[in-house]
Structure formats: C-alpha cells, structure tokens
Design a protein around this ligand. Structure first.
Ligand SMILES: C[C@H](O)CC(=O)SCCNC(=O)CCNC(=O)[C@H](O)C(C)(C)COP(=O)(O)OP(=O)(O)OC[C@H]1O[C@@H](n2cnc3c(N)ncnc32)[C@H](O)[C@@H]1OP(=O)(O)O
Length: 722
C-alpha cells in the first residue's frame, strides 16, 4: 500500500478562504513531501467552487525555516519530482504563482530560504513584526533556488535584494515592511484574519493582485542594474576571493534582468543543482550544524539545572582585552564594574570602553539612547569595596601566574559566596591560577578573543573541580552576550591556542631554514585566513607571544620548536604593530609594508639556532606552505581529541573558525583534515619529522586513524576535567 504523507492541511472557511497550513514541526521545513502536498492542496483549492482565495500559513506560529539543509551534498536520485525545474518552475511558478485564485502568505516566526521563496511567489505577504525573513542560502554555499534570485530584486529593488542575498541577512517583519518585502504587519493573534480579509479584498479588486516574477516597477534600468551587479561582483571577490557561489548567484540575477525572469529561473535551477553538490556546500552545512551542536554538552545541558541570575559583572583589568570584554557585557545589558590598579589605567580603560561603544553607535549597531543607557551601567573602581554583590568576575590582568594567583585569593575575600570567578587567561593552567584559593569549584576559564566585543567565540574551560551549576551559569551568560561557547577541558593553551601554537612555530621554523616571511603570510591569506602568522604576531605583540610561548616550552618541551627570532627582535625594541615595527613596518594609518631589514634578524637567529639553510624552502609553493603550517595544527587538534579536552571534533571546527578565522567554507580544522585525508597528512608529517625533527612527528591518534583510514573525530568523548 502506498504511504500517504500529509504535510499540508487545507481547511475552507465559510467566507470562501482556503487556509493551507504547512505542518512539518518543529520548523515546517519544506521537504519534497511538503512541496508535493502543498502542490496538491493548491490544485485542489483552485478546483473547488467553494474556495475564492487562499492563505498559506505555517503551523505553531512558524511559517517555514526553508529546505532541509541536511539533504545538500547528497545524491538526489532520479525521481520525477526532483527533476530540474520541477519545484521552482512547475510548482512555485506555474502552480502557486499562476493560480487562478489569489494567495496570501501569512508569516510568523521564521521564513527562510525556500520558506520565504514560497511567500515571495504568493500574491501578498502579511507578517507579524517579530517574524524573521531572509534568503540565507549563500550561507550554505548554494543560492536561492526556488525563484528568490528573480523575485526578491523585483519586490525590493536590486541593491537591497543583493544586500540581503549576499550577506544571508535576516530581517524582522518590521524591517521587511520598510523594504516592501511584506505588504502589511499584523499582530500574531490577528495575522490569519488580516490575511483572510486581504485575500478577499484581492478577489473584489480592492487590493492589487501582484505577480512578483513580472513586477518591474522596482527594478533598475538595465544599464544601472549592470553597474550595481558589477559593484556586487567586486565586493564579493574582495570579501571571499576563494568562493564562486556568490558570483554564480549574481550571474543568475543578471540573467533574469537581461533575458527575462523565466530564463533566470532556469539558470537558477541549473546552478542550484551544481552548487548543492560542491565541497563548499558540504563544508558550510557542516559548519551550520557544528555550531548548533556546541549548545549540547553531555552531562551538563541535559541535567535539570537552571542558570542562576547574573546581574552584576566585574572585570579586572581595563587593557585591550578587559575593555573589550566589558563592552561585550554592557551590550548584553549587564551592570559592569571595571577595576584597575591606578587612576591613570582606570581612566584609560573606561575611555576604551566608551570608544568601543561609541564606535558601535556610529556604525548604527546601537541607537544613541541605547548608548546612554549602556554607559550608565558602567562603573570604574580602584578597590574591591563594591564587589560584595558581584555575581561574576572576569579577570583580564597580565599573563603572570603569581599575579593571577594573588588576584584570585583577593577575590575570594571580597566577593559573595556564590560569585563565579573566571579567568581570561589564554594559556595558563587554571588549577595553577586557583592554587591559593579554597573555592576551586567556582573557578573556570572564560577565554575571549580579541577584539572581545566583536569576536564571536567564548572558550569556556572547566577544571576537574568546576561545578556544573557554574558551567550552566556561564553558558547562559554567553548566550546573552551573543557568543558561541565551546566548552573544553583544562590544559596548557586549552583548545584554541594549543591547536594553533604549532602554526606560528612551523612558520618560524621554515623561515629560519630559508623560507620567506612575506611569501608565507601571502600563502596563508590566500588560503582564506584573515592574516598570516607574522602579521598576526605583530598584531598580538611580541611580549604576549613570548609569554604564551613559554607556557608551551614548559609543558611540551619535547615537541616545541624554540626560536630566537622574536626575542632578538624584541631586544632591538621591535614589539610588533604597537611600536610600528615588527615583521612589518607600519605607517600612521597602521598600513603594513615588508621591512627589508628583517633579514638581519633572521640571519642572527639562524646562527644561534645552528640550523642548516635549505634553498628549496625559498621556493615552496603556496600549497606546500599551507600544508607545512596547518598539518601540525591538525596533529595538535588530534592530541586534544585523544586527551578528551574537547567534547567532539566539530567543537574544534567551530573554535578554529570563530576563534582564529579558519575559513568556515573549509568546514573547520578537523573537517578540512578529513577532506585532505588523515593518511596523507600523517605521511607528510612523518617525512618532515625525518628532516626537521620531533616538531612534525604525528601523534599516535593521527597515526592510528591514518592506518585504519577512519575519519578523525568519529569517536565521541566527554570533555575531560583534566
Ligand atoms: C532551495 C532553498 O532555496 C534552499 C534553502 O531553503 S536553505 C535553508 C534556509 N534556512 C535557514 O537558513 C534556516 C536555518 N535555521 C535557523 O536559522 C534556526 O534553526 C531557526 C532560527 C529557524 C530556529 O532556531 P531555533 O528555534 O533555535 O531552533 P533550532 O534549535 O535552531 O532548530 C531546531 C532543529 O532544527 C534543525 N534545523 C534548523 N533549520 C534547519 C534546516 N534548514 N535544515 C535542517 N535542519 C534544520 C536544527 O539543527 C535543530 O536540530 P536539533 O533539534 O536536532 O538540534
């Protein structure tokens, strides 16, 4: 017997309006079954004499979150309903949009991707003000594939449509109304009745019957459109030079404008078919689910623990990190105390926070009123007197173990019993930091990334003694300050910095043996990193680089590559960008240019290290540079997995992308490692370790996976509380 899968429900009211409800909870994703059912419902309604008009709505106040992205990258089979153009042309255009009865979309909750594209083909859109609308497809390496590339520009004009599509921008119903993407706003409890009346008004010619695909009044003339499209092309090339799907999408939009929307629809359908099989699409879909997975921490988020209220937060240290963290908390509407050790440092710290917030206001990210409100939540102090009702302290003082130990011992004296103590250390073991306290169950790491007000990652480090309640509390805080939290175990460098310390070490090892600094940085930026290892060292500053490097030298002496290059440069008063001299020279606008004098430091370092220069290294290809810098990172990530420091491999993917700028379209460090193949990575590391020593030696975890040819990170471990 044939299985009937009913995903839409048609109900006809006494007023002659047929209500089609999409029922595929929780998000009413539009699977092929949903489309087939929707098609059937529309065809039935069009045939019925008692139906004058239609309204499409989603069950449970959610219109539709679009297509099921898990199906991308998989074979589509040869079923008739997945044939090219079936969904977009035969269904959305020739059945829905061309229906002989008007159809109104009633939108609440999400209307993304294919969900919004159904709504775009309806003859009117009514939404709630809180509804969320967006063509988010580019975020998954594809393009809007159900006519979105053709209809959106015709509804809102080309510049706005390009902005929405290129940035996968999500709009509220209120903002969508301003653009003309929706026609009216209704409160949730009146949404259906407003949509019903609107549909009947169309029947009675009191409202226009708009077919978006052929709407021309918002579309720019061809010559102007071409200029706008070319500008979008150059912006896409600049923003994401390694990605082709944004350019394909622009071509498809152009096709519709030049050759007509139907031709655009065919080109769109062909492009979707290609793109959904691409490696970029697979990587970006992985990234989407990996980010969602960070919210689920076995043994923590599945326990019945509710987060406690955190109202007042204290930040110790008003330097670059401390002021950035304070800014992030203020933007999350927390009361913030910023503590410094003297008046001069305090006023500098407070000024930094104010400047950060003002820059947010200038960019339109917060209103002037919000700026005032947020500033009123900030207080600067020089002592611990006002710490008696603080709920959370984040320490961001210098990376000095004894200083941090003293600070934590003081905190224990002045703060209430429930107060959480978090350290923003980037590499010091938390057990050491808390050694002089009796409240180790309240201590954990809250590692922010600079600039903390922008960087989306928060690495939360739990120790063996951190209580579950404290962890749950900080996870909740991270949501409120809009950070993606990755929970890891306690060890030197934790997950992010530990994974990446071999990256800069490999770079120095190579230049000491003959490779070129600027060639390495270029190869790494071409790969998709925001900057190369030497430009990054300049930005971070050499003092910080040496302080954190010493932690690895102490903890992993057998495999650390010890270079004298940075200490030599420091001796010559080069500290990186802050002194306008590092591996690069910096002008007053912080523009970097290569420094010919750098050779002299490299030669000195070579002499001290007694290394043999290999002329072949000066001719390394970009691909070889990428391998020699990133395979050691994959290797260290494998050690982190083997030790159970990370809960799952995909957390390291998220950490590498959101904390270090590893390109999301490569899926993250482990995903990329699996794409390259553990066998190949392992064999290259083995080869290099024979020439350059233990630094490159593959770890047992990597060797085992290479031998068994199993993907890295397939086994699940609970984050250890080492
Ligand atoms: C052909 C077309 O042109 C192509 C497309 O339509 S591309 C798809 C476009 N759609 C999107 O971008 C929407 C993506 N989803 C979201 O942003 C968010 O899920 C949301 C804002 C809609 C809802 O958020 P929230 O209420 O917090 O629910 P959330 O926990 O994220 O989702 C519930 C479950 O659905 C899954 N899910 C969400 N959207 C999904 C999608 N488009 N495909 C597959 N699974 C999806 C989530 O992973 C989660 O799974 P889990 O319960 O196993 O963890």
């Amino acid at each position: 017997m044939e299985k009937t899968i009913k995903k839409t429900v048609l109900e006809v009211g006494a007023d002659g309006v047929g209500i089609i409800t999409i029922v595929n909870p929780p998000l009413n994703l539009v699977s092929v079954d949903v489309f087939l059912s929707l098609k059937k419902s529309i065809e039935e309604a069009v045939q019925r004499d008692d139906v004058k008009a239609l309204v499409i709505i989603g069950s449970q106040n959610k219109f539709s979150a679009g297509a099921d992205v898990t199906t991308f990258g998989k074979s589509q089979g040869k079923k008739a309903h997945t044939e090219l153009g079936f969904l977009s042309i035969e269904f959305v255009t020739d059945t829905l949009e061309a229906a002989r009865k008007p159809i109104v979309a009633a939108i609440d909750g999400p209307a993304f991707g294919g969900g919004l594209e159904i709504a775009l083909a309806c003859h009117t859109r009514i939404s709630t003000s809180a509804a969320q609308l967006g063509l988010t497809e580019l975020q998954y390496g594809i393009l809007p594939g159900l006519g979105g590339t053709q209809r959106l520009p015709r509804l809102v004009g080309l510049p706005k449509a390009l902005e929405m599509i290129m940035m996968s921008k999500r709009l509220s119903g209120k903002d969508a109304l301003k653009l003309g993407l929706v026609d009216a706003i209704a409160p949730r409890d009146k949404l259906l009745s407003v949509a019903r009346h609107w549909a009947l008004d169309i029947v009675d010619y009191r409202r226009p019957w708009v077919v978006s695909l052929y709407k021309n009044d918002r579309l720019e003339p061809l010559a102007e459109a071409r200029i706008i499209l070319n500008l979008a092309r150059s912006q896409a090339r600049e923003r994401t030079p390694n990605l082709t799907h944004p350019l394909v999408c622009i071509d498809v939009i152009e096709e519709g404008i030049v050759a007509g929307p139907r031709s655009g629809l065919w080109k769109e359908a062909e492009a979707l078919l290609q793109l959904r099989q691409s490696d970029t699409c697979k990587a970006l879909v992985h990234f989407f689910f990996a980010q969602r997975a960070t919210l689920k921490i076995p043994g923590v988020t599945d326990m019945v623990l509710s987060p406690r209220n955190i109202n007042k937060v204290a930040i110790l240290g008003g330097g670059l990190m401390g002021s950035g963290i304070a800014t992030a908390f203020l933007l999350g509407n927390y009361h913030v105390i910023l503590k410094e050790v003297d008046h001069h440092l305090l006023s500098a710290g407070l000024d930094r926070v104010k400047a950060n917030l003002q820059s947010h206001a200038k960019k339109g990210k917060i209103t002037k009123d919000k700026l005032e409100t947020v500033l009123s939540l900030l207080k600067g102090v020089l002592d611990y007197d006002s710490f008696k009702d603080v709920d959370l302290v984040i320490e961001a003082v210098l990376e000095d173990v004894s200083l941090k130990q003293q600070v934590f011992a003081d905190l224990e004296k002045y703060c209430p019993q429930h107060c959480i103590f978090a350290s923003n250390t980037s590499s010091i073991n938390l057990d050491k930091i808390g050694e002089k306290t009796k409240c180790q169950n309240r201590i954990l790491g809250a590692h922010f990334f600079s600039p903390a007000q922008f960087m989306p990652l928060l690495e939360i480090i739990r120790t063996e003694r951190t209580s579950l309640q404290v962890l749950v509390d900080l996870l909740n805080v991270s949501k409120k300050i809009k950070k993606t939290a990755v929970v890891v175990g306690n060890c030197t460098g934790f997950a992010v910095n530990r994974m990446f310390f071999p990256f800069s070490q490999a770079a120095t090892l190579l230049i000491e043996r003959g490779a070129d600094i600027y060639q390495i940085d270029q190869a790494i930026t071409n790969f998709g990193m925001p900057m190369g290892p030497f430009r990054l060292a300049d930005l971070v500053g050499f003092r910080v680089a040496i302080a954190s490097g010493s932690q690895y030298i102490e903890k992993f002496p057998e495999r650390v590559y010890k270079s004298y290059l940075i200490p030599l440069m420091l001796e010559d008063k080069r500290e990186g960008q802050s002194t306008r001299k590092g591996f690069y020279l910096y002008d007053e606008k912080r523009k970097a240019s290569p420094d010919p004098e750098i050779v002299k430091f490299v030669e000195k370092a070579r002499i001290i290290s007694q290394v043999i220069v290999n002329p072949q290294l000066s001719r390394l290809s970009a691909g070889e540079i990428v391998e020699m810098l990133f395979f050691p990172v994959v290797n260290e990530a494998c050690r982190i997995l083997a030790e159970g420091v990370a809960i799952r491999a995909s957390d390291l993917d998220i950490a590498s992308v959101l904390g270090r700028g590893f390109p999301a379209y490569r899926g993250g460090i482990i995903f990329w490692g699996n794409f390259i193949g553990s066998r190949y990575i392992c064999s290259r590391l083995e080869d290099w370790s024979k020439v350059y020593g233990k630094f490159f030696e593959p770890c047992p975890y990597l060797v085992e996976h290479a031998m068994n040819e199993t993907p890295l990170g397939t086994e699940t471990k609970h984050a250890s509380r080492l």
